[in-house]
Ligand binder design. Structure first.
Ligand SMILES: NC(=O)c1ccc[n+]([C@@H]2O[C@H](COP(=O)([O-])OP(=O)(O)OC[C@H]3O[C@@H](n4cnc5c(N)ncnc54)[C@H](O)[C@@H]3O)[C@@H](O)[C@H]2O)c1
Length: 291
């Protein structure tokens, strides 16, 4: 390999994109390729994923992956590492809304205990995100320059309740709170930034036609707005722990909620440092941590 080709190869960043076979994930993967990155496109949909990478060329590889399976995710991360020897970004985008009904409206009048809920939305949105975060931390530590970027696709439904899919709203809200909570430590200890983007309604296969028909076209969020929010996080390392609402063509950086009862609420939230070492094996090192 010539020197310039080698330099070019070294410079080319690597992303893992989950839920890459369609909708927002497909747009994210395609955009990264156009930016010169190498992209591991992961999805449960094998045919659509294979068709995408055929379109994207040799810098894209498809991995059939169910993100709810930790071992499967670990295998993909390992294969990406073996192939490209770096991991710059995890775009944790896979997810879906409720597949069961926690309201059990059809169980009225029955005396037996209702079946255990499958919680597939919780698993696909939140558990799998935490699996990805842990694996990303592990591999990003091994980068020549340790560190990287993790971004999740959350949703505006995580802030403003959508009664139709309460499990999904809770799962995505959990992503938000995890992002705000873990971002300062990840940045300080491992040079990893962590953010979430919260799209409004984006015209993808996940949205029923009737819902799209009921939405004023001027209120739809362009997929490009979501891609640009990801771009902001990837290009501005000072953006960390942020929830970025993507609405129509706008990015709104959401503020944290106000303290309900001033100093009393603040103390209740900031006196947990003594447990940090017990739980994680070393001090947090956060400036201003209260003992
Ligand atoms: N479309 C919207 O209006 C909207 C709004 C806010 C947030 N979102 C979020 O954006 C993300 C992408 O959704 P989309 O609208 O592009 O829908 P989509 O259905 O087009 O794409 C989701 C992709 O995730 C994949 N996927 C689902 N479960 C998976 C699993 N267990 N493992 C691996 N892949 C899996 C699907 O196969 C699909 O390709 C989701 O997290 C969704 O919750 C969508």
């Amino acid at each position: 390999m010539g020197e310039s080709l080698k330099a070019d190869n070294e410079a080319r960043k690597v992303a893992i994109v989950t839920g890459a076979a369609s909708g927002i994930g497909k747009a994210l993967a395609t955009h990264r390729i156009h930016k010169g990155w190498r992209v591991a496109c992961c999805d449960i949909q094998e045919d659509a994923g294979a068709a995408l990478v055929a379109e994207l060329g040799s810098n894209a590889i498809f991995f059939k992956l169910d993100v709810t399976d930790y071992d499967e995710q670990a295998k993909v991360f390992s294969q990406v590492w073996d192939k490209w020897k770096r991991l710059d970004a995890l775009l944790a985008n896979a997810g879906h809304s409720d597949r069961g009904s926690i309201y059990i409206l059809n169980h009225r009048g029955k005396t037996e205990i209702p079946p255990k809920p499958a919680l597939l939305s919780l698993k696909a949105c939140y558990e799998s995100f935490l699996y990805g975060v842990q694996l990303a931390i592990h591999f990003m530590r091994m980068n020549d320059v340790p560190g990287g970027q993790i971004i999740a696709t959350s949703t505006i439904a995580s802030i403003h309740p959508h009664q139709t899919f309460p499990e999904y709203c809770g799962a995505k809200a959990a992503i938000n709170q995890f992002v705000r909570t873990a971002a300062p430590i990840l940045k300080m200890k491992d040079h990893i930034t962590l953010n979430a983007v919260l799209p409004g309604i984006v015209a993808t296969g996940a949205v029923p036609q009737a819902s799209l028909d009921a939405t004023d076209p001027g209120h739809l969020t362009a997929v490009g707005t979501v891609v640009e929010a990801y771009d902001k996080c990837l290009t501005q390392p000072n953006i960390n722990g942020q929830l970025i609402e993507c609405s129509v063509d706008k990015h709104i950086f959401l503020s944290s909620p106000e303290l309900g009862n001033g100093d009393a609420t603040k103390r209740a939230c900031t006196v947990w440092e003594p447990l940090f070492e017990q739980k994680h094996g070393e001090k947090s090192g956060l400036p201003g941590a209260i003992l």
